[in-house]
Design a protein around this ligand. Structure first.
Ligand SMILES: CC(C)(COP(=O)(O)OP(=O)(O)OC[C@H]1O[C@@H](n2cnc3c(N)ncnc32)[C@H](O)[C@@H]1OP(=O)(O)O)[C@@H](O)C(=O)NCCC(=O)NCCS
Length: 152
């Protein structure tokens, strides 16, 4: 019943929980502890999380460059046991609502070409394909850049 799972803004005190989610959800391209510290404390970024009791079960993070540049969905992950309950969709929608309030009209992301299920998820959220990114990842897998218009 994910509609009952509250969403919240992350703070630096959530750093370890978010690193645990990174470790359990990604085999490559993980955010490092140092980078996470920076993103939660000094960087222009916003992070929303889903918490069940004391446990953080999912989170999403957007980078906030100076306008009029587009925001960037930088990470989105839900722990395996909590998937399939619309948590990623709710976390994204909550982030996009904040982006819109902050004046952003576009949000971009990059996704591995092989992650077709994730691409389909983003397509269902309204993202469109913007660019192909040959050998974008450090293992040289191609990427796709996708973009969502936020003000319709
Ligand atoms: C991708 C991820 C965040 C989705 O989390 P989730 O909470 O299970 O997603 P939701 O329940 O909100 O799913 C939303 C929709 O996307 C679909 N979907 C999401 N992930 C999917 C997957 N891996 N395979 C197939 N469909 C998927 C769901 O079926 C659902 O469709 P519906 O609304 O028509 O029912 C989660 O699988 C995850 O953490 N994966 C590992 C990290 C990752 O790849 N992150 C994305 C790239 S940064």
């Amino acid at each position: 019943m994910s509609a009952l799972i509250p969403l919240d803004r992350a703070t630096l005190s959530d750093k370890q929980d978010l690193l645990t989610i990174e470790a359990r959800c990604f085999s490559t391209d993980k955010i490092s502890p140092r980078q996470m510290h920076y993103l939660l404390s000094q960087a222009k970024a916003t992070t929303h999380l889903a918490r069940v009791g004391e446990q953080v079960v999912g989170y999403g993070m957007c980078l906030l460059p100076a306008l009029p540049r587009p925001a960037r969905l930088y990470s989105l992950a839900v722990l395996p046991d909590w998937r399939g309950q619309q948590l990623a969709r709710r976390l994204s929608q909550s982030l996009f609502a904040e982006l819109h309030c902050l004046g952003y009209s576009r949000c971009r992301l990059e996704v591995r070409r092989g992650q077709t299920a994730v691409q389909n998820f983003y397509l269902s959220m309204g993202f469109g394909l913007l660019d192909e990114l040959p050998a974008y990842y450090h293992d040289r897998e191609d990427g796709l850049r996708m973009e969502l218009m936020l003000n319709d």
